[in-house]
Design a protein around this ligand. Structure first.
Ligand code: ADP
Length: 161
């Protein structure tokens, strides 16, 4: 039976930190669904469609990665696609408390789907979509933080060409 994992997130936009987690997940699981959670409580810069397109572009070299979107309970989505695991990235101790709370709740909802944490690479430990947007907004250098397609999309959004 093929092992399926879900990598959920906002991906507003996808960074090299996200991509690293997705690539490492894809090397362990047979199939990985990267899912843009359509969470109305956040105010995103990129639409869900734009975020999905960017993820598709930067993961096109990974044949076992699929990109999708979902609004609702992640565990319902994971069950529907037959996933046995959720993959999350961990950057710092500050991520831990939040992840622990979500993971515990998800286990109450469905204890057959395990959450796996992948520790970020050191060079991405400070990296978040918010920080990238902040730097891009003021025309700062982001080429080492995001794939080229994302850099171009951010420049377009902020008229920084
Ligand atoms: P969310 O709103 O669910 O936190 P994000 O898009 O911010 O969505 O993050 C999605 C996933 O990617 C989370 O598991 C997060 O911890 C992980 N992640 C984000 N940035 C990095 C990074 N620099 N290194 C490793 N994992 C990361």
């Amino acid at each position: 039976m093929s092992k399926i994992a879900v990598v959920p997130g906002s991906f507003d936009p996808i960074t090299n930190g996200h991509l690293d987690i997705i690539m490492r997940g894809a090397s362990i699981f047979d199939e990985v669904f990267v899912v843009v959670l359509n969470n109305s409580s956040k105010n995103p810069l990129f639409s869900v469609e734009e975020r999905m397109k960017l993820i598709k572009d930067v993961t096109s070299h990974l044949p076992n990665v699929k990109v999708d979107t979902f609004s609702g309970l992640l565990m319902d989505y994971a069950k529907n696609v037959g996933a046995s695991a959720i993959i999350r990235g961990l950057r710092a101790v500050s991520d831990f408390e939040y992840e622990m709370q979500i993971t515990s709740m998800n286990r109450v909802l469905n204890d057959e789907i395990e959450t796996f944490f992948i520790m970020t690479k050191n060079q991405y430990s400070f990296l978040s979509s918010s920080i990238v947007k902040e730097v891009a907004k003021y025309g700062g250098k982001i080429e080492e933080l995001v794939p080229p397609q994302v850099e171009a999309a951010l420049k377009l959004k902020y008229n920084n060409d």
